[in-house]
Design a binder for this molecule. Structure first.
Ligand code: HEM
Length: 156
């Protein structure tokens, strides 16, 4: 598996499945927390760092929420929000990301951080592949800003 990335096409329907419960079961709460800590350490050093709170406490809160979200998303305990069914979690996440201008370039940076994180994570490759499939596809729905192509034509 090469952590493939396909391009986001504006308006194209995206089919995806939530990650397998086995992904969470292999990591447990502590493993999932560790994964999100390592992921966000990379995000903080990346080109999308400016999207995130610069205040350390607020940044820690984002990390913590991500841990809870991904555990619930994988079919673990409903510790992110017990009022949201598994299917509704993704819709909720699309709405949260509407507050930011997420470009395809931002998505690629996000996925790059996740790829490195997964590569360093010691669980069976097939579980990482399954998780990657979800993030690669679902992340397309967080992209909400498509810059116009440069239409400038030199008049010589
Ligand atoms: C598979 C794709 C993604 C998933 C599942 C995901 C998940 C999450 C989760 C769970 C949160 C915390 C939500 C909460 O506060 O309750 C969050 C926040 C955030 N995400 Fe994502 N994310 C994804 C992709 C991206 C991408 C591509 C970007 C690009 C910059 C991004 C930027 C952010 C930002 C800026 C926040 C909010 C930080 C704040 O609260 O100030 N995310 N995301």
């Amino acid at each position: 598996m090469s952590y493939e990335v396909t391009e986001t096409i504006q308006g194209e329907e995206v089919e995806y499945s939530n990650p397998a419960k086995e992904f969470y079961e292999a990591l447990g709460y502590d493993g999932m927390k560790d994964l999100m800590d390592r992921f966000y350490d990379k995000v903080f050093e990346s080109e999308i760092a400016t999207f995130f709170p610069q205040d350390e406490e607020e940044f820690e809160e984002v990390k913590a929420k991500n841990t809870l979200f991904f555990i619930q998303l994988c079919g673990g305990p409903k510790i992110y929000d017990e009022g949201i069914e598994e299917k509704g979690l993704n819709e909720h996440m699309i709405k949260i990301h509407e507050d930011f201008s997420v470009y395809e370039k931002s998505r690629l940076e996000w996925l790059g951080c996740m790829k490195e994180t997964l590569e360093e994570t010691n669980i069976p490759q097939e579980l990482k592949d399954n998780f990657w499939e979800y993030v690669e596809k679902f992340s397309k729905l967080t992209v909400n800003t498509f810059p116009e192509e440069c239409r400038y034509v030199s008049s010589l």
